[in-house]
Design a binder for this molecule. Structure first.
Ligand SMILES: Cc1ncc(C[n+]2csc(CCOP(=O)(O)OP(=O)(O)O)c2C)c(N)n1
Ligand SMILES: [Mg+2]
Length: 905
């Protein structure tokens, strides 16, 4: 079958060639002239109205109107509407050139001295003007109090340019630049990308994992509104700028939340997409037009879109183009061709771009080939970029995206400008350096070129003085990270008393958690700072009572009467609502968690987020955001509810989480806990608040919460230390076994602690075996502490050796250890090395199933019977009991030895 190959919609939408041909040119002309008269005589408002009416009439008459969310391939702001440029263009160009040079030199030097250290030249080369106009005229600094100004998300691999700016500002010196990408160098280095973890006084937002910046920026802008509406911080003057790559927009996170930004009318948010038409390997849309495609997506989502495509030297050509042929040619050329025009000379451009229509050749007759080659793209023209930024900051009621057309590797010439390999370019030879120097007039003599020296003009030079004055006028340097140092005091006993006391009925840890969260949110002092976040799952977790009590945040309140208005716990939306009910977006919810958990640095206020999600759809789904949160030094509680592979019984393979504790274990500053009892939860949350908000530690928490109801005892005296360190022995009633009875140690976590308790009863009743039962609240904490001891011992072989907590606490505990969990066996295995009498893990390796809890626990071999059997086998292995005992127990306990292995089936 023949395949009809067509141009993609991103080309057709803007291409007159793709529309009906003109059957009556005379009539067309009359209509157009009439329209032009209206524009001229009465203005845009009237012209828009008439068009609107025509379209309405078309629909009424059943005329099928062509749909296009894109506009012609032209600047959105015509020259006639361009504001005056407020700065000293020539001086700004000199400053920008110096920044370009130092950014390039930083990468070249780093790679000359340390081959393979990496870095990027070509990205910043394409975005230098986009940043410079922002730095000189728009980005507002932190101000005197330290917490005002704009939040700017820089494209991560454009970092050399941002360092180069800071170098001219005098914030970084040559030594820093010399150590670009060498965090471990003496005196400190500059991190490869924006990492607050590595440069906590400089970088505010980690952005280099593509897609995280855009979604984070959207929710940051939304959180600014939330803080404002709730009367916590006046954020009315703060904007959020997010710079992203055009290739980056292919990440689902980049565009996935743009409708929220429009719905929330976030006119405090500006995206700037650096449309250099290239990504790492090659063109972003060789066969299409990324700018048109993005325009369609953003306009469709309700954004204000400003295209900055052509520099001012194109203006006279566009204005002289009465027949619309130039627009037509601009619209029909695909991005692959535009990329080609970058690497070819002016004669090629004349022949292939303008030469398509003879009239266009006439249009550029007066320009030399060299002039044609130099026709600038909009993103490299400060006046066009300024006009776009100005329009963006003045625009009301919608977020704005600026689509700026640039050249990747701009200024690198033969060394990579526009080439497919340019993203990876890290070295320039002497000739290439000379060309670069000449192009940007850098005062470096020939003899020094080979060393790629840094250059900063004297402090009193016009350049430095201008740049410093600009930053002073705008409120200080950008980026700059500041932190509020608190403390926010932890609530007293009252808040935790209910969970400490236990419950007189069976409840789940999730129910207990909701009680605690309610207490916290009601608290006189810190209540306002609590931010409950849920992705459309509040009812699953029994949180619906909070809707009415605390309200769901909505920037416009509630425009309707909720269907359950007559009920006590109705669905209440309010402008000062406290709960962030994000809908079904774990990534969006995480971005809100991020904005809240870093408010102490962004806004100078402690906000205390609790993000409660389906544990399976946590780390597995948005692990990269969790990693970035660690880098960001964010604070708050992640709560994986409906946890456990066998506790969430009916939901099956895709829902039952048996591994989030493994995934969470890899984030260095994340503390993870798997509590079994309400009082354990209270102890952990209380200590978390203390560590994060009183002691100001850069840690955050992951808690698993279960939905199985069972007895919740009172907190045993003195249990706190063990709960927090990760293991403590339960004070259980004596079962009356004789002194010398064989003994085992059983560890259990979360609901599965109850399998250990059940096994203890079985062992005592049926086999005369005694057991101590331990609640293992955190294997990660136990391992972390043990590794720390081990490391210290290795580095101090001559000193008295430290004993890990887990080893110490088990000292004197007789018999083998069986550890049972609703997670993978590797979770308890983490501490096996430090357990004195060996550890046998029982866990839920394998894919989940839908069934009842008892059936699942039997299937995964984590029920009381299987724990008892494992204990007997371990006793037999040590010769404490005869092997016939476990052999007989298999049948007695109803265990099928030939059942399939759950890890494989
Ligand atoms: C999630 C993720 N995947 C891959 C990368 C590796 N990477 C770094 S830059 C880049 C290309 C970026 O292209 P674009 O967004 O167009 O930016 P440009 O450099 O062209 O401005 C890639 C793939 C990354 N940083 N993050
Ligand atoms: Mg790109």
């Amino acid at each position: 079958m023949a395949v009809d190959i067509q141009a993609p919609p991103s080309v057709l939408a803007a291409s007159p060639a793709g529309r009906d041909s003109d059957s009556d040119a005379e009539e067309t002309r009359e209509w157009l002239e009439a329209f032009e008269d209206v524009v001229r005589a009465v203005g845009h408002e009237r012209a828009r109205y008439l068009l609107h009416k025509l379209i309405e009439k078309g629909h009424e008459k059943g005329v099928k109107l062509p749909f296009s969310a894109s506009t012609p391939y032209l600047n959105t702001i015509p020259r006639s509407e361009q504001p005056e440029y407020p700065g000293d263009r020539a001086l700004e160009r000199r400053i920008k050139s110096l920044i370009r040079w130092n950014a390039m030199a930083m990468v070249v030097r780093a790679n000359t001295l340390h081959d393979g250290i990496g870095g990027h030249i070509s990205t910043f080369a394409s975005s230098a003007t986009l940043y410079q106009v922002g730095m000189n005229h728009f980005f507002r600094g932190r101000g005197e109090g330290g917490f005002a100004g704009d939040a700017v998300y820089f494209q991560g691999h454009g970092s050399p340019g941002i360092y180069a700016q800071a170098f001219l500002e005098g914030r970084l010196d040559e030594h820093h630049l010399e150590n670009f990408r060498r965090d471990l160098a003496e005196g400190g280095g500059l991190s490869s990308y924006p990492h607050p973890w590595l440069m906590p006084e400089f970088w505010e937002f980690p952005t280099v994992s593509m897609g995280l910046a855009p979604i984070s920026a959207i929710y940051q802008a939304r959180f600014n509104r939330y803080l404002h509406h709730r009367g916590i911080v006046d954020t009315s003057g703060r904007r959020v700028w997010a710079f992203l790559g055009d290739g980056e927009t292919d990440e689902p996170e980049s565009l996935g939340a743009i409708t929220l930004a429009a719905r929330e009318r976030l006119d405090n948010l500006i995206f700037v997409v650096n449309c250099n038409l290239q990504r790492l390997d090659g063109p972003v849309r060789g066969n299409g037009k990324i700018i048109q495609e993005l325009e369609t997506a953003f306009r469709g989502a309700g954004w204000n879109v400003i295209k900055v495509l052509w520099g001012d030297d194109w203006d006279p050509l566009i204005e002289a183009d009465d027949r619309g042929l130039l627009i037509r040619r601009m619209s029909e050329a695909v991005d692959g061709e535009f990329q080609k025009y970058v690497v070819e000379d002016g004669a090629y451009i004349r022949q292939h771009f303008f030469g398509r229509y003879p009239e266009l050749l006439a249009l550029v007759e007066h320009l030399s080939d060299e002039e044609l080659q130099k026709l600038r793209r909009g993103g490299h023209d400060p006046s066009k970029v300024y006009a776009a930024y100005r329009a963006a900051v003045e625009h009301e009621g919608q977020p704005t995206v600026i689509l700026a057309k640039t050249i990747k590797g701009y200024g690198l010439g033969e060394a990579g400008e526009g080439k497919n390999v340019t993203h990876q370019q890290k070295k320039l030879n002497e000739d290439e350096m000379r060309d670069f120097r000449d192009r940007f007039d850098i005062p470096i003599p020939d003899g020094q070129l080979a060393d790629a020296p840094f250059y900063r003009p004297p402090e009193e030079s016009e350049e430095i003085q201008y740049l410093l004055e600009r930053r002073r006028a705008l409120g200080g340097f950008v980026p700059q990270r500041r932190v509020y140092t608190g403390p926010t005091p932890v609530p007293g006993d009252d808040t935790f008393a209910e969970l400490y006391a236990g419950f007189d009925r069976e409840v789940s840890t999730t129910m207990a958690f909701v009680r605690l969260l309610t207490q916290l949110a009601k608290h006189r002092e810190i209540g306002k700072q609590i931010v409950p976040i849920v992705p459309d799952e509040a009812r699953t977790f029994g949180m619906e009572s909070m809707f009415r009590q605390f309200g769901i945040y909505s920037s416009i309140g509630q425009l309707y009467e909720p269907v359950d208005a007559r009920m006590l716990l109705y669905y209440k939306e309010a402008t000062d609502g406290q709960i962030l009910e994000e809908g079904i977006t774990e990534a969006g919810s995480f971005a809100s968690f991020t904005a809240a958990g870093t408010a102490y640095a962004t806004h100078g206020v402690d906000m205390i987020p609790f993000f409660i999600f389906y544990s399976m759809f946590g780390f597995q789904r948005v692990g990269d955001l969790a990693w970035a949160f660690g880098d960001l030094r964010g604070r708050g509680f992640l709560c994986g509810a409906t946890a456990g592979r066998t506790t969430l019984n009916g939901e099956g393979l895709q829902h039952e989480d048996g591994h989030s504790h493994v995934l969470a274990s890899v984030i260095p500053n994340l503390l993870t806990y798997d509590p079994a009892y309400a009082y354990e939860l209270a102890v952990i949350v209380r200590d978390g608040l203390r560590r994060m908000y009183e002691e100001r530690e850069d840690v955050f928490y992951y808690l698993t919460l279960y939905n199985e109801n069972y007895e919740m005892p009172a907190k045993p005296e003195g249990a706190e230390e063990g709960i927090l360190k990760g293991l403590y022995r339960l004070p259980l009633a004596d079962l009356g076994l004789p002194e010398g009875a064989p003994r085992v140690q059983l560890f259990g976590s979360g609901t599965i602690l109850r399998s250990a308790l059940g096994a203890r009863a079985l062992l005592a009743e049926r086999y005369g075996v005694a057991a101590d039962v331990w609640s293992a609240t955190s294997y990660k904490e136990l391992r972390r502490e043990a590794l720390e001891c081990e490391r210290w011992n290795r580095l101090h072989p001559g000193a008295e050796q430290r004993v890990p907590y887990v080893t110490r606490v088990l000292d004197g505990a007789a018999g083998p250890v069986v550890a049972v969990t609703d997670y993978l066996k590797v979770v308890p295995d983490q501490i096996a090395r430090w357990v004195p009498n060996d550890l046998t893990p029982l866990g839920t390796d394998g894919y989940g199933r839908s069934d009842t809890r008892p059936a699942l626990r039997r299937f995964f071999e984590v029920d009381a019977e299987n724990v008892a059997l494992a204990a007997l086998v371990e006793l037999a292995n040590r010769g404490v009991v005869d092997r016939s005992l476990p052999a007989q127990a298999v049948g007695e306990l109803g265990i099928d030895p030939e059942k399939p292995n759950p890890a494989k089936s």
